[in-house]
Design a binder for this molecule. Structure first.
Ligand code: SAM
Length: 328
């Protein structure tokens, strides 16, 4: 059993001041205003349009948080903030933090949602703010480029394979799979707004001849095919249990004989109390989506079994489930 928390740790968990200071600094874009330069609070205030004495408080807190340096009256970025929080840096990750900030008001509804079971948002971010959604996917794409090939290797897809990457986002997985398997061709299916980004990433990867794009709503539109393998990576937690069951059924119909469905998601364990990150993510999904949820591996197996897959197995604990269609 893990050890009990100390009182100091409980206080630490309840302490979000530094979180909001960082998110506000990213919104103000003050790291970009410093971009490799040392500046006074007055100079920064002019650049970002702020009230200097008030801004100084924020800057000093950011120094204490080790995001900025201070030498006399001059503030500067740390090397990490210069690399990751300056907007035009190729390693900028600020969009992810801007997403957290955009969800701030939703978190204020948590108590009411828990009391009533009623959710306060009616759509997820990819529908309400496609630009922010696309920017976040671009950041995740950059981060995911490291883990993509490992995932591709763990699922054995040798031979001539037609892959459908459903809700494929920036194409991170389709690109990684094409690189690992030279005979594989892929279709990335996603909302039209998201595919604007995918078009760029596929071109950058030089894979236009092997990756095609198909725009649509996967719950409502045809998916093309038939495909040998369908990948559903991090899409099902935005939707209700029954919508997912219907989508898995639809995918089954678009698979060739012996086709496979790979579902990669953030599954909760059977008690619902782990993995730790996913338990908090489940609350995040509760208040930031209309009907989404974090599901269990047994749920994915149920969707597959109900759809007619002859086998459905957990390939990686709380992460990947593989279904096989069989000959029929
Ligand atoms: C969290 S991203 C996952 C992206 C990608 N599969 C990955 O693992 O990196 C969810 C994706 O689902 C797409 N999406 C959400 N609802 C959709 C719908 N109804 N039809 C098609 N795509 C959808 C979003 O545009 C977004 O690209």
């Amino acid at each position: 059993m893990s050890r009990e928390l100390s009182l100091a740790e409980i206080f630490q968990l309840g302490y979000y001041w530094e979180t909001k200071i960082l998110l506000t600094a990213v919104r103000l874009d003050l790291f970009t205003a410093l971009d490799g330069k040392k500046r006074t609070a007055g100079e920064i205030a002019v650049r970002i349009g702020a009230h200097e004495p008030t801004l100084s408080l924020l800057l000093n807190a950011l120094v204490a948080m080790r995001l900025l340096t201070k030498d006399g009256d001059l503030y500067g970025n740390s090397s990490v903030t210069d690399k990751h929080l300056v907007r035009h840096s190729s390693d900028f990750v600020g969009h992810l933090l801007l997403l957290h900030d955009a969800e701030w008001e939703n978190w204020g509804t948590l108590e009411q949602t828990i009391r009533t079971g009623q959710r306060s948002v009616d759509r997820h971010v990819f529908e309400t703010d496609p630009d922010l959604g696309g920017n976040v996917l671009a950041v995740l794409h950059r981060i995911g480029r490291q883990s993509g090939p490992d995932f591709a290797k763990r699922v054995n897809l040798t031979g001539t394979i037609r892959l459908l990457d459903l809700g494929g986002g920036a194409g991170t997985n389709a690109i990684a799979f094409c690189r690992v398997y030279p005979d594989l061709s892929a279709t990335v299916f996603d909302l039209p707004a998201t595919l604007r980004l995918t078009e760029k990433t596929v071109k950058e990867a030089g894979l236009e001849s092997r990756i095609s794009l198909r725009a649509g709503n996967f719950n409502a539109d045809g998916l093309g095919g038939p495909y040998d393998v369908v990948l559903m990576s991090d899409i099902l937690h935005y939707q209700s249990f029954e919508t997912n069951a219907a989508l898995v059924r639809k995918v089954f119909a678009h698979l060739a004989a012996d086709g496979r469905l790979i579902i990669k998601d953030r599954f909760l364990n059977e008690t619902g109390t782990g993995p730790a990150w996913t338990t908090a993510f489940a609350v995040h999904i509760l208040i930031n989506t209309q009907q989404g949820g974090c599901y269990k591996v047994t749920d994915a197996i149920e969707w597959m079994t109900r759809a007619g897959f002859v086998s459905a197995v957990e390939l990686e604990p709380t992460a990947v489930v593989l279904g096989t269609k069989g000959h029929g």
